[in-house]
Design a protein around this ligand. Structure first.
Ligand SMILES: C[S@@+](CC[C@H](N)C(=O)[O-])C[C@H]1O[C@@H](n2cnc3c(N)ncnc32)[C@H](O)[C@@H]1O
Length: 273
């Protein structure tokens, strides 16, 4: 067995380790919310003190991955052989969790992120790695236009400025007029807190990068419509409830209270036709 290696990541790319911490820890539990041997292999193959930096894991990112799995696999069931583009995919192992479904998979991430991804996951005939910023429109030229496409961004847009999200979504809608989009959103108050504090301190040893883009749920649909120039079908999805612990009851009750939902993160699914 090879020795674990330090990831050597900083700034936003380092946050891929935070979400991996959640997914791998869940996958290692008998009662975890996802099953993901590849995430565990990567987690154990890195020389990085996850707990010291991020604290004890919580299932939030694993629950989000579970929700993204549901949306992407429903898309692929409807359009077998379609393309999936994953912006800012980092060390996400969704392609293994959905391995049974035929598709062509495109990972777009910064060069340093693709380099660490390729320590563990190789591109092949069905999986292409594109080492570019999601804001660099050159990635769009690499996506086939002869089949449906689902463009997913999990844990990415909150690190962008609002103008960048707006321009990117507008250009996606123009370049891929019939596409499915799925991305997660943090509420405005979390974004503000991160900007005011210069990042959210998770532990004494780690502070997240700032998260400039956050939106309250009630504003999202109209904002999106003005950004993409048409409405499409937009669904706002709640995270699945926490599976255990004191947060379980609160996360089950919160979506039932309209006011409380405004304060929570959510996932947006858009079908442009
Ligand atoms: C919180 S991590 C999420 C990783 C993965 N999607 C997940 O859920 O585990 C943020 C990811 O965004 C990537 N990223 C940051 N800026 C980016 C950019 N401009 N274009 C593409 N990816 C970017 C980082 O490299 C990292 O992989």
């Amino acid at each position: 067995m090879t020795q674990p290696q330090a990831p050597g990541l900083t700034d936003v790319p380092e946050t891929m380790l935070w979400t991996l911490h959640s997914r791998a820890q869940e996958a290692m539990r008998a009662d975890g919310v996802i099953s993901d041997d590849k995430a565990v292999e990567i987690y154990q193959g890195l020389d990085y003190d996850f707990e010291r930096n991020f604290g004890r894991s919580n299932p939030m990112a694993a629950l989000r991955a579970q929700l993204f799995d549901r949306v992407v696999s429903a898309f692929l069931e409807e359009y077998p052989g379609a393309s999936v583009v994953n912006l800012g995919e980092g060390l996400e192992t969704q392609r293994y969790r959905l391995a049974e479904v035929p598709c062509e998979w495109f990972t777009v991430d910064l060069p340093e992120a693709i380099a660490i991804r390729e320590r563990f996951m190789q591109p092949d005939a069905r999986h292409e790695h594109i080492p570019l910023s999601a804001t660099d429109r050159a990635w769009m030229k690499r996506i086939p236009r002869d089949r449906p496409v689902c463009i997913a961004a999990q844990g990415l847009f909150m690190y962008f400025q609002e103008q960048d999200v707006r321009d990117l979504l507008g250009d996606i809608a123009m370049q891929f007029p019939r596409c499915h989009l799925v991305f997660d959103v943090i509420p405005h108050w979390v974004s503000r807190a991160s900007v005011l504090a210069g990042g959210l301190p998770l532990t004494r040893h780690y502070r997240t990068p700032i998260m400039p883009w956050g939106v309250y749920r009630f504003l999202l649909k109209s904002q999106l419509k003005s950004w993409v120039g048409r409405s499409g079908d937009v669904s706002l999805l709640d995270y699945p409830p926490f599976p255990r612990g004191p947060a379980r009851l609160a996360s089950k009750a919160a979506p039932l209270m309209p006011g409380a939902r405004q304060w929570m993160p959510f996932v947006v699914k858009v079908t442009l036709r």
